[in-house]
Design a protein around this ligand. Structure first.
Ligand code: IMP
Ligand code: MG
Length: 181
C-alpha cells in the first residue's frame, strides 16, 4: 500500500517494515551484547510501543531478560504548575535492576523525561532508553537516548503501533502525513 487515508488525513509510505526489521535486528543484537551479564527488565511504554517492544524482545536471547508494560497517566491538577504524571501498571520491584525503556518515538521528549523521572524514583541500578524513532527538530528537553533506531523529520506519522486518533496502529509499515503544515 502506497497511500492510506485515516480520519481526515492522507498518508504516504515512509518507512517500510523491511527497514524497521533491520533496525530492530541491529538494536537487539547490540542489547544482547550490552546486557550479557545482567538480569535486564525491558519496559514497554504503552500504547504506541507494543509492536516495537515485541520485536525487540523476541530477539533478546538472554534467558535472564524480563519484560513489563507501563502507561503514563496525566492528571490535570488544581495547581497552576501543570499536570502530574504517574506510571500505571508497574508492579515490579526495580531496586538494583537494569531497566531498558522501549519507546516508539521521541518527539518533544517530555513523555520520556517524565517516564525516566518516575523510574528513577524506584531506585534501579541503571536506566537505558531505546527509541525506534526520534524527531530531533521537535526536541524541547535534554534527554540521553542510548539506542536510537532512526532520526526522522518533524512530520506526523502513523503505523507500526503509532496512531492518529486511535487509528493506524495495525499498519505494518510507517506512513507520513502528506499535507503541508
Ligand atoms: P513527546 O512527549 O512529545 O516526546 O511525545 C511522545 C509520544 O507522542 C510518543 O510516545 C507517541 O505516542 C506520540 N507521538 C509523537 N509523535 C508522533 C507521531 O508522529 N505520530 C503518532 N504519535 C506520535
Ligand atoms: Mg508512545
Amino acid at each position: 500500500m502506497k497511500n492510506v487515508k485515516i480520519h481526515d488525513k492522507e498518508f504516504e509510505l515512509f518507512i517500510t517494515y523491511e527497514k524497521i526489521r533491520s533496525i530492530v535486528e541491529e538494536m537487539s543484537e547490540k542489547m544482547n551484547n550490552d546486557f550479557k551479564d545482567k538480569n535486564p527488565l525491558f519496559l514497554c511504554i504503552l500504547n504506541g510501543s507494543f509492536m516495537f517492544a515485541a520485536e525487540i524482545f523476541k530477539r533478546i536471547s538472554l534467558l535472564d531478560a524480563e519484560i513489563s508494560f507501563i502507561k503514563l497517566a496525566s492528571y490535570s491538577g488544581t495547581h497552576t504548575t501543570g499536570s502530574v504524571k504517574q506510571l500505571i501498571g508497574l508492579n515490579e520491584d526495580l531496586t538494583g535492576r537494569t531497566v531498558i525503556v522501549l519507546e516508539d518515538i521521541v518527539d518533544s521528549g517530555i513523555t520520556i523525561v517524565n517516564t525516566i523521572e518516575q523510574i528513577k524514583a524506584k531506585n534501579p541500578a541503571d536506566i537505558k532508553i531505546a527509541t525506534l524513532l526520534l524527531k530531533p527538530d521537535a526536541l524541547q528537553v535534554k534527554v540521553q537516548l542510548d539506542y536510537i533506531g532512526l532520526e526522522i523529520p518533524n512530520d506526523f506519522i502513523v503505523g507500526y503501533g503509532l496512531d492518529y486518533d486511535g487509528r493506524g496502529r495495525n499498519l505494518i509499515d510507517i506512513y507520513k502525513v502528506t499535507e503541508k503544515k
